[in-house]
Design a protein around this ligand. Structure first.
Ligand code: FES
Length: 151
């Protein structure tokens, strides 16, 4: 199904192995993730084995094999945020959203993930929601912010 919409995305890239990573990035940007049926199409276009596409896509954490929610919640686990209690922020989010890291809520509203430093170390601990940063968080602040949004 998703494959049929890929024509314009594929045609922007040369049919050679060097196109593989930017091609995967572009496909993911277009579809939100990399559905399994798309990997073969990408492999044929980049002229590489399907196993290589899968290998590359699973090696880099930027690539996803599952759809993500409308709101991508990313908990920073960089050093400053780790020291500032990122683990407790993550645990609170897991409780409030009722999902674990790497999962998406059933209504497809929220996905929860962890990332390396998001560049606001002086304001740790931080999270981002669709690239908008919330800083100097506490588990209580997070609970309030997301409890409201889940109602
Ligand atoms: S370590 Fe979290 S913003 Fe840098």
């Amino acid at each position: 199904m998703a494959t049929t919409n890929l024509g314009p995305v594929l045609s922007a890239f040369e049919r050679r192995p060097e196109s593989l990573i930017p091609l995967l990035q572009s496909v993911q940007e277009s579809l939100g993730y990399l559905p399994p049926d798309v990997l073969g199409t990408v492999a044929r276009h980049a002229r590489v084995p399907r196993s290589r596409v899968y290998g590359v896509a699973s090696f880099y954490s930027q690539f996803r094999f599952n759809p993500v929610g409308r709101h991508r919640v990313a908990v920073c686990r960089g050093t400053a945020c780790h020291v500032g209690g990122a683990r407790f922020i993550l645990e609170q989010l897991e409780r409030t959203l009722e999902i674990l890291e790497g999962q998406t809520t059933e209504d497809m509203e929220y996905s929860l993930e962890t990332v390396a430093c998001i560049g606001c170390c002086g304001l740790a601990p931080c999270i981002s929601v669709n690239d908008e940063v919330s800083a100097k968080l506490t588990p209580m602040k997070v609970r309030k912010q997301f409890k409201k949004a889940r109602k």
